[in-house]
Design a protein around this ligand. Structure first.
Ligand code: GRF
Length: 222
Protein backbone atom coordinates (compact mmCIF):
# COMPACT_ATOMS: atom_id res chain seq x y z
CA UNK A 1 0.00 0.00 0.00
CA UNK A 2 1.29 3.47 -0.86
CA UNK A 3 2.19 5.55 2.18
CA UNK A 4 0.75 8.96 1.50
CA UNK A 5 2.21 12.19 2.79
CA UNK A 6 -0.42 14.56 4.10
CA UNK A 7 -0.24 17.82 2.16
CA UNK A 8 -1.72 21.24 2.90
CA UNK A 9 -2.15 23.59 -0.06
CA UNK A 10 -2.01 27.36 0.44
CA UNK A 11 -3.83 29.44 -2.16
CA UNK A 12 -5.07 32.99 -2.69
CA UNK A 13 -7.03 32.80 -5.92
CA UNK A 14 -8.21 30.64 -8.78
CA UNK A 15 -6.37 27.51 -7.63
CA UNK A 16 -5.59 25.84 -10.94
CA UNK A 17 -2.32 24.39 -9.62
CA UNK A 18 -4.19 23.25 -6.52
CA UNK A 19 -6.70 21.49 -8.81
CA UNK A 20 -3.84 19.77 -10.65
CA UNK A 21 -2.45 18.50 -7.33
CA UNK A 22 -5.88 17.29 -6.18
CA UNK A 23 -6.29 15.45 -9.48
CA UNK A 24 -2.83 13.85 -9.19
CA UNK A 25 -3.71 12.57 -5.72
CA UNK A 26 -6.57 10.54 -7.18
CA UNK A 27 -4.09 8.02 -8.62
CA UNK A 28 -3.92 5.03 -6.25
CA UNK A 29 -0.12 4.96 -6.35
CA UNK A 30 0.38 8.71 -5.80
CA UNK A 31 2.45 9.23 -2.64
CA UNK A 32 0.50 12.23 -1.30
CA UNK A 33 -3.03 13.17 -0.28
CA UNK A 34 -4.49 16.62 0.23
CA UNK A 35 -5.40 17.04 3.89
CA UNK A 36 -6.56 20.64 3.65
CA UNK A 37 -6.64 23.68 1.38
CA UNK A 38 -6.25 27.06 3.07
CA UNK A 39 -6.88 30.40 1.42
CA UNK A 40 -6.01 33.77 2.95
CA UNK A 41 -8.85 35.21 0.84
CA UNK A 42 -12.37 34.01 1.69
CA UNK A 43 -13.54 34.73 -1.88
CA UNK A 44 -10.84 32.64 -3.59
CA UNK A 45 -12.35 30.58 -6.41
CA UNK A 46 -10.05 27.73 -5.47
CA UNK A 47 -11.92 27.12 -2.20
CA UNK A 48 -15.07 26.09 -4.11
CA UNK A 49 -13.10 23.98 -6.54
CA UNK A 50 -11.50 22.10 -3.64
CA UNK A 51 -14.83 21.57 -1.87
CA UNK A 52 -16.45 20.33 -5.07
CA UNK A 53 -13.61 17.83 -5.32
CA UNK A 54 -14.38 16.66 -1.78
CA UNK A 55 -11.31 18.25 -0.20
CA UNK A 56 -11.61 20.14 3.07
CA UNK A 57 -11.04 23.83 2.35
CA UNK A 58 -10.99 26.75 4.76
CA UNK A 59 -10.36 30.47 4.67
CA UNK A 60 -7.97 32.08 7.13
CA UNK A 61 -8.63 35.70 6.26
CA UNK A 62 -5.43 37.69 6.76
CA UNK A 63 -7.47 40.89 7.05
CA UNK A 64 -9.00 39.61 10.30
CA UNK A 65 -5.63 39.73 12.07
CA UNK A 66 -3.63 42.63 13.40
CA UNK A 67 -0.25 41.00 12.94
CA UNK A 68 1.16 38.67 10.31
CA UNK A 69 2.30 36.44 13.17
CA UNK A 70 -1.26 35.98 14.49
CA UNK A 71 -2.52 35.17 10.99
CA UNK A 72 0.23 32.60 10.50
CA UNK A 73 -0.35 31.08 13.95
CA UNK A 74 -3.94 30.26 12.97
CA UNK A 75 -2.85 28.95 9.60
CA UNK A 76 -0.21 26.81 11.32
CA UNK A 77 -2.80 25.46 13.75
CA UNK A 78 -5.12 24.49 10.90
CA UNK A 79 -2.25 22.70 9.17
CA UNK A 80 -1.21 20.82 12.31
CA UNK A 81 -4.80 19.93 13.24
CA UNK A 82 -5.26 18.25 9.87
CA UNK A 83 -1.99 16.33 10.19
CA UNK A 84 -0.17 18.19 7.42
CA UNK A 85 3.44 17.09 6.86
CA UNK A 86 4.21 19.06 3.73
CA UNK A 87 2.89 22.38 2.42
CA UNK A 88 2.45 23.29 -1.24
CA UNK A 89 2.09 26.99 -1.94
CA UNK A 90 0.04 27.37 -5.11
CA UNK A 91 -0.55 30.99 -6.01
CA UNK A 92 -0.39 31.99 -2.34
CA UNK A 93 0.12 35.76 -2.40
CA UNK A 94 1.12 36.59 1.19
CA UNK A 95 4.71 37.11 2.26
CA UNK A 96 5.57 34.71 5.08
CA UNK A 97 7.55 35.65 8.18
CA UNK A 98 10.95 34.12 8.84
CA UNK A 99 9.37 32.26 11.80
CA UNK A 100 6.79 30.46 9.66
CA UNK A 101 9.36 29.69 6.97
CA UNK A 102 11.70 28.24 9.61
CA UNK A 103 9.02 26.07 11.24
CA UNK A 104 8.20 24.55 7.84
CA UNK A 105 11.78 24.60 6.54
CA UNK A 106 12.30 21.84 3.94
CA UNK A 107 8.61 20.95 4.27
CA UNK A 108 7.18 23.73 2.11
CA UNK A 109 7.19 23.92 -1.68
CA UNK A 110 6.29 26.77 -4.02
CA UNK A 111 5.72 27.06 -7.75
CA UNK A 112 6.90 30.10 -9.69
CA UNK A 113 6.18 30.79 -13.38
CA UNK A 114 9.78 31.28 -14.59
CA UNK A 115 13.03 29.39 -14.79
CA UNK A 116 14.45 30.50 -11.45
CA UNK A 117 16.70 32.15 -10.52
CA UNK A 118 15.65 34.31 -13.50
CA UNK A 119 12.59 36.55 -13.18
CA UNK A 120 11.76 36.25 -9.51
CA UNK A 121 8.78 38.27 -8.32
CA UNK A 122 5.57 39.52 -9.84
CA UNK A 123 4.62 40.40 -13.44
CA UNK A 124 6.90 37.60 -14.57
CA UNK A 125 5.63 37.12 -18.11
CA UNK A 126 5.68 40.86 -18.86
CA UNK A 127 9.33 40.99 -17.83
CA UNK A 128 10.21 37.83 -19.75
CA UNK A 129 8.75 39.39 -22.92
CA UNK A 130 10.51 42.71 -22.30
CA UNK A 131 13.82 40.89 -21.85
CA UNK A 132 13.42 39.20 -25.23
CA UNK A 133 14.43 35.73 -24.06
CA UNK A 134 13.13 32.87 -26.20
CA UNK A 135 12.84 30.27 -23.46
CA UNK A 136 11.06 30.54 -20.15
CA UNK A 137 9.31 28.00 -17.95
CA UNK A 138 8.37 27.21 -14.40
CA UNK A 139 10.06 26.03 -11.24
CA UNK A 140 9.07 24.11 -8.11
CA UNK A 141 11.37 24.90 -5.20
CA UNK A 142 11.57 24.65 -1.43
CA UNK A 143 10.57 27.86 0.31
CA UNK A 144 13.14 30.13 1.88
CA UNK A 145 12.61 33.54 3.45
CA UNK A 146 13.60 35.46 0.30
CA UNK A 147 10.76 35.49 -2.21
CA UNK A 148 11.10 32.86 -4.98
CA UNK A 149 14.35 31.54 -3.57
CA UNK A 150 15.20 28.08 -2.37
CA UNK A 151 16.47 24.67 -3.46
CA UNK A 152 15.05 23.69 -6.86
CA UNK A 153 13.12 20.42 -7.14
CA UNK A 154 12.05 20.55 -10.79
CA UNK A 155 11.82 22.89 -13.75
CA UNK A 156 10.08 22.79 -17.10
CA UNK A 157 11.09 24.74 -20.19
CA UNK A 158 8.46 26.55 -22.22
CA UNK A 159 9.16 28.36 -25.53
CA UNK A 160 8.43 32.07 -25.94
CA UNK A 161 6.84 32.51 -29.37
CA UNK A 162 6.84 35.60 -31.55
CA UNK A 163 3.64 37.52 -31.06
CA UNK A 164 3.25 36.25 -27.51
CA UNK A 165 1.43 38.52 -25.05
CA UNK A 166 1.72 38.09 -21.28
CA UNK A 167 -1.62 36.26 -21.50
CA UNK A 168 -0.69 33.77 -24.24
CA UNK A 169 2.70 33.11 -22.67
CA UNK A 170 1.15 32.84 -19.22
CA UNK A 171 -1.35 30.25 -20.46
CA UNK A 172 1.44 28.16 -22.02
CA UNK A 173 3.50 28.32 -18.83
CA UNK A 174 0.45 27.51 -16.68
CA UNK A 175 -0.20 24.33 -18.70
CA UNK A 176 3.38 23.31 -17.93
CA UNK A 177 2.92 24.18 -14.23
CA UNK A 178 -0.02 21.80 -14.02
CA UNK A 179 2.26 18.92 -15.04
CA UNK A 180 5.34 20.04 -13.18
CA UNK A 181 3.85 20.51 -9.70
CA UNK A 182 2.39 16.97 -9.43
CA UNK A 183 5.71 15.61 -10.75
CA UNK A 184 7.73 17.57 -8.17
CA UNK A 185 5.41 16.68 -5.29
CA UNK A 186 5.65 13.00 -6.25
CA UNK A 187 9.46 13.20 -6.12
CA UNK A 188 9.48 14.76 -2.65
CA UNK A 189 6.56 12.85 -1.12
CA UNK A 190 7.93 9.49 -2.28
CA UNK A 191 11.43 10.23 -1.00
CA UNK A 192 12.90 9.93 -4.52
CA UNK A 193 14.19 13.47 -4.03
CA UNK A 194 15.16 15.26 -0.86
CA UNK A 195 16.77 18.49 0.21
CA UNK A 196 20.12 18.63 1.93
CA UNK A 197 21.34 22.11 2.76
CA UNK A 198 20.52 24.25 -0.25
CA UNK A 199 20.44 21.47 -2.85
CA UNK A 200 17.94 18.83 -3.84
CA UNK A 201 19.28 15.33 -4.38
CA UNK A 202 17.70 12.58 -6.46
CA UNK A 203 17.69 8.84 -5.98
CA UNK A 204 19.67 7.26 -8.79
CA UNK A 205 17.36 4.34 -9.54
CA UNK A 206 16.73 3.41 -13.15
CA UNK A 207 12.99 3.95 -12.67
CA UNK A 208 13.75 7.41 -11.45
CA UNK A 209 16.49 8.31 -13.92
CA UNK A 210 14.19 10.48 -16.04
CA UNK A 211 12.42 12.03 -13.11
CA UNK A 212 15.71 12.93 -11.50
CA UNK A 213 16.59 15.29 -14.34
CA UNK A 214 15.70 18.65 -12.85
CA UNK A 215 14.64 20.02 -16.24
CA UNK A 216 11.61 18.37 -17.81
CA UNK A 217 11.74 19.12 -21.50
CA UNK A 218 8.81 20.99 -22.92
CA UNK A 219 6.21 19.45 -20.66
CA UNK A 220 3.68 21.73 -22.31
CA UNK A 221 4.15 19.79 -25.57
CA UNK A 222 3.76 16.29 -24.10
C1 GRF B 1 0.78 30.42 -10.95
O1 GRF B 1 1.26 30.96 -12.14
C2 GRF B 1 1.91 30.18 -9.97
O2 GRF B 1 3.10 29.83 -10.60
C3 GRF B 1 2.07 31.53 -9.30
O3 GRF B 1 0.75 32.00 -9.18
C4 GRF B 1 -0.07 31.41 -10.17
C5 GRF B 1 -1.21 30.75 -9.45
O4 GRF B 1 -2.19 30.28 -10.32
N1 GRF B 1 2.79 31.40 -8.06
P1 GRF B 1 -3.30 29.28 -9.80
O5 GRF B 1 -4.00 29.96 -8.62
O6 GRF B 1 -2.64 28.01 -9.39
O7 GRF B 1 -4.24 29.09 -10.96
Amino acid sequence: MTVRKRVGILISGRGSNMAALIEACRAPDYPAEIAVVISNRPDAEGLNIAREAGVSAIAVDHKAYITRGDFEADMHRALINTGVELICNAGFMRLLTADFVEIWRNRQLNIHPSLLPAFRGLKTHERVLEAGVNVTGCTVHFVRFEMDEGPIVAQARVPVLSGDTPETLGARVLAAEHKLYPHALRLIASGDAWVDGEKVHFKETSANAEASAPIMNDVSQQ
